[in-house]
Write a protein that binds this ligand. Sequence first.
Ligand SMILES: C[S@@+](CC[C@H](N)C(=O)[O-])C[C@H]1O[C@@H](n2cnc3c(N)ncnc32)[C@H](O)[C@@H]1O
Length: 268
Amino acid sequence: MSSPKRKSQPSSDNEFESAKKPRITDENSDNDAAIEIPITAPNGAPDSHINVEAAIAYWSSTEATVSGVLGGYPQVSRIDLQGSSNFLAKLRRQSKHFPPSKKLRRAVDCGAGIGRITAGFLSKAAETVDIVEPVKSFTDQIKGKENVGEVYNVGLEAWHPDQDGDGPYDLIWNQWCLGQLTDAHLVEYLKRLPRVLSQGGWIIVKENLSNHHLNVDVYDETDSSVTRTDAKFRKLFEDANLTLVSTELQKGFPKGLYPVRAYALQPR
Ligand SMILES: C[S@@+](CC[C@H](N)C(=O)[O-])C[C@H]1O[C@@H](n2cnc3c(N)ncnc32)[C@H](O)[C@@H]1O
């Protein structure tokens, strides 16, 4: 799933049944716990199985709470937000354009869910935060909240801020949602962003990483998403003509969850 996800033990007896998918134990993983990972789809690349309608149906039937958007792990939210805040603070300490003393002008929370990141972090860092999120029951929780600007009820593959005159953005935050896009859609999306990014601004990607022992991406039919390897992310950033200016592994998550990495990107 694109949310935090434990692969070692099912959280309920029927979790594996509902996944209807063979799993293997990855004993070569960096993680201490033995990790159960779905076998990659036998026919075609993992991302070729992404089905946008199935994904939206899954998320639309998910409760509009922190637990819902975090796959049943609401307890990781606080440490995740703290890690993100620290990551941005380090970037800003080295920035000529956005020193820590001033608020950012406009940020955008992409694949925002119920606005967990906006409420917990972005709305304190920026004067205005726009929202991009396809599921209306999620964005209904966000509208009218402090410092929230425009709300776009659309998937990222169909969001064209460059054509629609949105932004400009000092910060474009993408977390636990890019697995919903195919590789091709992700590269096209990332290529659109520099046109709405302020000079010196950052595109942030913070996502689960596949630690499959064959070093491959993994498709998850639960929410019709892929979990990519670190190498795949770096290749897609290259393909999108973006430079990786900083990257950091999230620390302090419970053992057995996928590792989570934040990447800060700027146009080449
Ligand atoms: C795991 S939740 C994460 C929400 C939020 N980023 C957070 O960290 O709290 C995944 C989100 O991606 C959204 N999503 C699904 N398909 C998407 C798409 N094609 N483009 C953007 N977001 C999508 C879901 O509706 C859901 O809100």
